[in-house]
Design a protein around this ligand. Structure first.
Ligand code: HEM
Length: 411
């Protein structure tokens, strides 16, 4: 693990406007390993899973004939967002396939796959038997990679604070939606600063901080990246819906290529509906588990206190009795007039109750930022259709390659 893979941010956050041009020619796992067959005939086709998020769509004009120049949507970019904003730390070599972020991503991916393998083998539910398995060895190796990545984030931020002091002070805490504060003053403390400050007061120990950082970095990137991927699929497959988004974005930005402000994001009402509808059909966290704190009766079943139950969000979101024409992608469902009367727990992509998603608002902002950046410049056309999507068992919803065509928009 290369500890120098992460660098503290010098209080400067480029926040939601973070997009950079990267020539992926030599280092993209995507372009070089994309298994494009039929679709390969048309070089504007991009496998949106091989791409990650969002190298500068402003200026990148990919040479359509050369896949190596396609604008890659880098998943590690999404990690970069969460590490910058929540941890106040910057990945210095996040675009390299040999980077710590890449190793982290791969380890997480393997952990997810192995976890579902363990889940589906009843013998492996017993820790003792599992501990002798090959999967257990791999799990340990991957957990070490994941932990050393997040450890290095924490230690870099500590070093930075020792050297330059913290951005943290009580006055900076709290909600402040003012764009100026977010973009210009750079005074907002990172979440990690709050944790480190709590540690100084004896409120949390090292392990506690490590757990929080692990959860945030994991929950804060893979979910959003999956949601973006499926959003591109849904939008590519619906020309009319794209046109409505174009109208909304053009009203907000006109011909300007400026980055979005918080205020702009709050005006993207229809894009909001489109993202919610994607999260309904393709919830990145497609199931959650709970241990029952008390006995309950579910339909005709009596379930004992202490039982572990799984809630399959994806199945619930596709129930015809809850959503008419459930398999149809229809963002209008989420217009206020159509949402009235819906059961509060019929739609739970961010879970519900005490342990629901703490990063929901951040995630929605991030997705609107990325999707609006794409759709201000590109029109999408489908290659993969909804009915072609083949899911892969994992903790986060994943699928076999999904291809989308990108065309420069003429306004
Ligand atoms: C599309 C994006 C996202 C989706 C669909 C999503 C979904 C979820 C879900 C379903 C849970 C609850 C898991 C459970 O009940 O067992 C959860 C928890 C959590 N999420 Fe998200 N999430 C997203 C983005 C984010 C982001 C961007 C962050 C960080 C900024 C984040 C941080 C967390 C954390 C820390 C938890 C654990 C909360 C707790 O256990 O108390 N999530 N997320």
């Amino acid at each position: 693990m290369n500890a120098s893979a992460v660098e503290p941010l010098s209080g400067k956050s480029d926040g939601i406007a973070t997009q950079e041009i990267v020539d992926e020619k030599s280092r993209s796992e995507g372009a070089s390993s994309a298994t494009i067959t039929d679709a390969d005939q048309d070089k504007s086709v991009i496998d949106v899973q091989q791409i990650h998020v969002l190298d500068d769509v402003d200026t990148v004009v990919p040479n359509i004939a050369d896949p190596a120049t396609w604008p890659l949507i880098r998943n590690s970019k999404i990690i970069d967002h969460i590490i910058k904003t929540a941890m106040g730390t910057k990945l210095s070599d996040e675009t390299s396939t040999s980077s710590a972020a890449f190793a982290y991503k791969k380890a997480l991916h393997d952990l997810g796959i192995r976890f579902t393998e363990r889940l589906s083998n009843v013998y492996y539910h017993f820790n003792f038997i599992f501990s002798f398995s090959k999967i257990a060895k791999e799990q340990k190796k991957n957990l070490d990679i994941v932990h050393s990545f997040t450890k290095s984030i924490i230690s870099k931020r500590k070093q930075y604070i020792e050297k330059y002091g913290s951005n943290f002070n009580e006055d900076n805490v709290g909600d402040n939606d003012d764009d100026d504060v977010y973009f210009k003053s750079k005074k907002k403390p990172a979440m990690l600063d709050l944790l480190l400050s709590a540690q100084n007061k004896g409120l949390i120990d090292n392990d506690g901080i490590q757990e929080e950082v692990d959860t945030f970095v994991f929950e804060g990137h893979d979910t959003t990246a999956a949601a973006l991927l499926f959003s591109l699929l849904c939008l590519a497959n619906d020309k009319e819906i794209q046109t409505r988004i174009f109208t909304e974005l053009d009203e907000i930005f006109g011909d300007s290529t400026r980055p979005p402000t918080m205020n702009d994001l709050s005006k993207m009402h229809y894009l909001d509906c489109c993202i919610l509808e994607t999260l309904r059909l393709y919830p990145p966290v497609h199931f959650i588990g709970r241990k029952l704190g008390e006995s309950v009766t579910l339909s005709n079943y009596y379930v004992e206190k202490g039982t572990n139950v799984l809630i399959f969000i994806i199945d619930m979101h596709r129930r015809e009795d809850l959503f008419k024409d459930a398999l149809k992608y229809n963002p209008d469902r989420f217009l206020p007039e159509n949402s009235a009367g819906r059961h509060p727990f019929a739609f739970i992509p961010f879970s519900a109750g005490l342990r629901n998603c703490i990063g929901q608002k951040f995630g929605m902002m991030e997705m609107k930022t990325c999707l609006s950046a794409i759709l201000r410049r590109y029109r999408l056309e489908p290659v993969t259709r909804h009915e072609d999507v083949k899911f892969i068992p994992d903790l986060v919803l994943r699928a076999k390659p999904i291809y989308v065509k990108f065309f420069k928009r003429d306004k």
